[in-house]
Design a protein around this ligand. Structure first.
Ligand SMILES: [Zn+2]
Ligand SMILES: [Zn+2]
Length: 271
């Protein structure tokens, strides 16, 4: 059983409460024998507050400077974007920009989200501040996740098991399956926040029964945590989770999922 050839939810120093560079993360990934690393720093109001300035987000705008393969590891350009409302909108969708990082004006008005997402291979959509969902109905929170899944750049719903926002698990998993998108089982949650173990396991169990693909990821905030999946592996083995539903079982499997969902249309071609 092999659940762990890719780590597609990892953070660098850019996330402000994370501690390693992209080079340190890649070195760790290579040392641990990973085939693919996805860097997914926070795209969120956690990093910078209002008034938002595009200069604070330029980290995402030059990711094409990164090698596509580094130390033998395929490197993907991602972000972990906050879901910010019950419509499933993602951070930056309502932040209009009229000028770029040099101060020169843009021709057409665009949003911070569009500007950043254009540079990314894929997005992990997660909730970190659930205050907007207090008092919401199950129908509303379920539709919120379904709407987020329909974003053309979203490939993964992040740490659903610990968002503490109740939703209809089956409906969201069926939607992810239909769209060829993925549900994350998050090592950081299972190893450090055991109060959510039951909800994570329930989501994994239903994914196995419905046939929805998952990703196993570390959510590493320091390089030493890259590729660490022990707690998730133990749980998945205990429930006999089928390896063929783990999109992170190989680089090829994850890239194929990105291609089939249309998030990264030529992902399996040489990058
Ligand atoms: Zn997160
Ligand atoms: Zn994260």
């Amino acid at each position: 059983m092999n659940y762990s050839c890719c780590d597609v939810h990892t953070h660098t120093l850019y996330s402000r409460h994370a501690y390693s560079t992209i080079a340190e993360n890649i070195t760790e990934a290579a040392d641990k024998g990973l085939e693919l690393l996805g860097s997914a720093d926070h795209f969120s109001s956690m990093l910078y507050g209002e008034p938002y300035d595009v200069k604070d987000f330029q980290y995402f705008l030059n990711m094409r400077a990164w090698p596509r393969t580094w130390k033998g590891v395929v490197l993907l350009r991602g972000a972990e974007a906050d879901i910010v409302d019950l419509d499933g909108n993602l951070f930056g969708h309502n932040i209009a920009l009229d000028s770029g990082i040099t101060g020169a004006s843009y021709d057409g008005a665009q949003t911070l989200k569009d500007l950043v997402f254009d540079e990314l291979d894929y997005v992990v959509a997660s909730i970190h501040n659930r205050s907007f969902a207090r008092g919401a109905t199950l129908a509303q929170t379920t539709q919120m996740y379904i709407n987020a899944l329909h974003d053309p750049k979203v490939q993964v719903l992040g740490h659903l098991g610990r968002a503490n926002v109740p939703f209809d698990v089956d409906e969201v998993l069926f939607c992810a399956k239909d769209l060829g998108k993925l549900i994350e089982i998050n090592e950081h949650t299972l190893s450090d926040q055991q109060q959510f173990s039951e909800s994570c396991q329930h989501i994994a169990q239903r994914a196995a029964e419905i046939g929805t693909q998952i990703v196993v990821s570390s959510d590493a905030h320091i390089c030493t945590a890259i590729g660490g999946f022990d707690t998730v592996h133990t749980m998945l083995k205990a429930i006999h989770f089928p390896e063929e539903l783990v999109a992170t079982r190989s680089a090829q499997a994850f890239l194929t999922s990105l291609e089939q969902s249309g998030v990264m249309p030529h992902a399996t071609q040489p990058l």
